[in-house]
Design a protein around this ligand. Sequence first.
Ligand code: NAD
Ligand code: UGA
Length: 462
Amino acid sequence: MIKNICCIGAGYVGGPTMAVIAAKCPNIKVTVVDLNQKRIADWNDQNIDNIPVYEPGLGEIVLESRNKNLFFSTNVDEAIDEADLIFISVNTPTKTYGSGKGMAADLKYIELCARQIARVAKNDKIVVEKSTLPVRTAEAIKSILDNTGNGVQFQILSNPEFLAEGTAVTDLLNPDRVLIGGENSVEGQKAIQKLVDVYANWVERDKILTTNVWSSELSKLTANAFLAQRVSSINAISELCEKTGANVNEVAKAIGMDSRIGPKFLKASVGFGGSCFQKDILNLVYIAKSFGLNEVADYWEQVIIMNDHQKRRFSRNIVKTLYNTVADKKITFLGWAFKKDTNDTRESAAIYVADDLINEQARIAVYDPKVESNQIQTDLNYLESRSASENEKATKCFDNPYDACKDAHAIAILTEWDEFKTYDWQKIYDNMLKPAFVFDGRNLLDASKIKEIGFIYQSIGS
Ligand code: NAD
Ligand code: UGA
């Protein structure tokens, strides 16, 4: 039986996942470790509002177990040494250098973890891939562990995470399925069973799926590719709707009622963001290409091409509608996070739309309920389109939406935060320059009410 779990990586996956395991398995000691001292200090902050990941319900669940059987620490060696089972939950970003640059997953953090585990481990351990990894990564991990370790036995499992940000806690408490891949040997099956027993503390047994390692690794990339493909598919149709007088919300409803298609993930938008969809599809494309499967690679790459087009189309439309110039005009962004109910901004469409508009010399005002101004600067600086001081000059952050919208030429809705629907839109209108425009990148507002106030309102796909 597993008594002691270590999780390397205290990010958006490691933190919430381990908090739920600790809450559901009071007899297991769970230690989440990270090299990032500030992140660990924030997870240990007495004020629960300061934990580094914002997720509805997460604060409560962390408080339930923190410093009882859930610990956050920077002492990676100690946690590895104590653990029977180690989750690797570090970041696996797209490579920014060398071969596979811009496509392949950068596995340097994974390899560092494997080497550290090999160096420290003095007894047999189960090592679990929680990070999203290219198919057959377990082979590399096993080779490092077996060839650099202290002669102890390692079993490698793949247990990808399917939580979505903004709903992480409910997804973890009630997963559609838990996927565990392992070796088809006696030792492999024993290791699988031990991890099954951990999840069985709260997940129904028939939702815990066991497969071979390669199926598990590839299923994770495939799931994200299918989800992103739905968004790109409906976004492609949204452009056609705009030309033909069809309404994409009506089309989505009509097709979604076909039980074979289903209603979820059919919301047209300014484009999907988040740290994973693009990265995982690029990775899939890279793997397909590396096997010479060019048609397979091209098929999936089109999902990304469509998404880039959708973001660009949104910014170009703003410029065109504002009489072909936004120079020195104030455009207010409502929302910067890549979706509602998270403070995560990685790959958010807002970043790319802002970048395009700043190129056109617009002044960008931003209000997001959970994103702070230094994050917005970091995101823009990361693109390296211009100097940090130029980005700072072109953007201004507000902690109140009404101030953010005052004297604006236009509002762009980039994130579907529920609170945007409840604003006093008449008051916002009264304080804007006229004509006052709203570009709704999330089809969030009630079009007829907004138009009645006097706004010129444009949504996606109608
Ligand atoms: P993250 O960047 O939020 O967290 C990763 C953490 O790992 C960072 O805090 C980093 O400091 C730490 N780290 C890196 N190398 C380390 C090392 N050698 N030792 C100790 N700590 C180290 O990333 P994330 O969003 O939690 O994603 C982690 C993985 O999970 C990725 O592979 C991602 O694709 C996958 N995933 C993410 C989500 C999501 O919603 N974010 C969902 C499912 C799967
Ligand atoms: C996604 C998957 O949903 C998770 O199952 C997976 O674990 C995770 O990626 C991951 O591997 O990181 P996440 O990116 O957190 O989760 O959030 P989603 O709800 O999938 O949204 C992704 C993006 O698509 C957001 O920008 C969202 O606004 C957009 N989206 C989603 C749409 O534009 N329309 C939709 O109908 C649905």
